[in-house]
Design a protein around this ligand. Structure first.
Ligand code: S3P
Length: 428
């Protein structure tokens, strides 16, 4: 058996400071590079994804310095961006590729963006189609759907768009292009996706209007450098919320976690399943709510998760599926076909992985049906290079009877490089 072996635990406890939010770190770096003046980012996520965004900015001529999790970006506005002399490599990061394309659509030069094997198989027409309609010239494999994507930006015209799926990456790419377009640009989505772009752009001095599922900007807005303090990532905290709920004994405290309502579906669903999670010390910094989370063991029961709830917890579905397999009764997840185009096809990889560990999970076209209260015997599970799967299988190992050997555990570096060190510490 290869991989990293994760032993079962019955007791744990302590305080875990989860790393900075991935979505917010990307935006802080990118908007800092688009702005005029210095942007100082604290608690920046040092995951591979956000480092890809920083590297792409350097290739565009943006200068920045980093010391540990602090980043100083010396923005000179988007007009100072230069044509990169090589391909911009977004690595595994859909956010880097899609948001950068939006930001670059108004630049009068040619840029090619690509990424790793997973990213090169993920759909890009959802972003390239609207950007083309606004005036950018874009070519890519499969009619502009797959990276490498080459774009020549230029004069853009504001438009109104209605997206087929609730996606913050699509919404953000369109808004960022809209900042450089003539007139107004608006995006309406079928349900509200995470709204960090709208909130942070306001902090940078841009007038972004939002009315429930519609966001609107006018072209010509100028971004001014800011201090951005990044809260802890609730998507990383989610692994410990599930672990702390299902382990035999102990209490976990997670200080300073972002609790933006567009991201807290995991809290609502776990609580509806019976979890004992409390929010302490709530505050708001840089337009983003945050709180300390306390989780204690509880009996969980199955639930139906569907509709507008899905975008509020889309990245947490792998670990929620682990929770559901140990809860009492059935859990059904629907309306989550978006999972099929994440870092892996997370419907298929989660179902396969959990069944191999002893759970009873049935694949549905847009989700899964999980029979709860199964024993997770343990065994071997692969991350398939997907960070959230690597961490979900490690938590399954801690909650299993015999432990789990996780193949390609290093994938966790994309969003949580210290994950293994942290679980060793809480397990004593
Ligand atoms: C993200 C948006 C979501 C999410 C991804 C990060 C973002 O993707 O799954 O991990 O930072 O905007 P979609 O916008 O494709 O749903």
């Amino acid at each position: 058996m290869g991989g990293v072996f994760i032993k079962p635990v019955t007791k744990l406890g302590g305080e875990i400071k989860v790393p900075g939010d991935k979505s917010i770190s990307h935006r802080a770096a990118l908007f800092g590079g688009m702005a005029h003046g210095e942007t100082h980012v604290s608690n920046f996520l040092l995951g591979e994804d956000c480092l890809s965004t920083l590297r792409c900015l350097k290739q565009l001529g943006v200068s920045w310095e980093r010391q540990e999790t602090e980043v100083w970006i010396r923005g000179e506005g988007m007009g100072a961006w230069q044509e990169p002399i090589d391909v911009l490599d977004a690595g595994n990061s859909g956010t880097t590729l899609r948001l950068m394309l939006g930001a670059l659509a108004g630049s009068p030069f040619t840029v090619t963006m690509s990424g790793d094997e997973s990213l090169r198989s993920r759909p890009m027409r959802r972003v390239t189609d609207p950007l083309k309609q606004m005036g950018a010239q874009i070519m890519g494999r499969r009619e502009g759907n797959l990276a490498p994507i080459t774009m020549k930006g230029g004069q853009l015209q504001g438009q109104s768009f209605r997206t087929a799926v609730a996606s913050a990456q699509i919404k953000s790419a369109i808004i960022l292009a809209g900042l450089r377009a003539q007139g107004e640009t608006s995006v309406e989505e079928p349900a509200l996706s995470r709204d960090h772009t709208e909130r942070m752009l306001r902090g940078f001095g841009v007038d972004v209007q939002s009315d429930r599922t519609v966001a609107r900007v006018h072209g010509g807005g100028r971004l001014n450098g800011q201090a951005v303090s990044v809260p802890g990532d609730i998507s990383s905290a989610a692994f410990f919320l599930v672990l702390g709920s299902l382990v035999g004994q102990g209490e976990i405290i997670l200080p300073d976690v972002g609790v933006n309502p567009t991201r807290t579906g995991i809290l609502d669903v776990l609580r509806a399943m019976g979890a004992d999670i409390e929010l302490l010390d709530s505050s708001e910094i840089c337009g983003e709510p945050r709180a300390t989370l306390r989780v204690r063991p509880a009996k969980l029961k199955g639930i139906e998760i569907s509709g507008d709830m899905i975008p509020r917890l889309i990245d947490e579905i792998p670990i929620l599926a682990v929770a559901a397999s140990l809860a009492e009764g059935e859990t059904v997840i629907r309306d989550a076909a978006e999972l099929r185009v994440k870092e892996t096809d997370r419907i298929s990889t989660v179902v396969k992985g959990l069944n191999a560990l002893g759970a009873k999970v049935e694949e549905l076209p847009d989700g899964m049906r999980i029979q709860g209260q199964t024993t997770l015997y343990g065994g071997q599970a692969s991350s398939f290079g997907d960070h959230r799967l690597a961490m979900a299988w490690a938590i399954s190992g801690m909650l299993s009877r015999e432990g789990v050997s996780v193949e390609d555990m290093e994938a966790a570096d994309v969003s949580y490089p210290e994950f293994l060190t942290v679980i060793k510490k809480v397990a004593g």
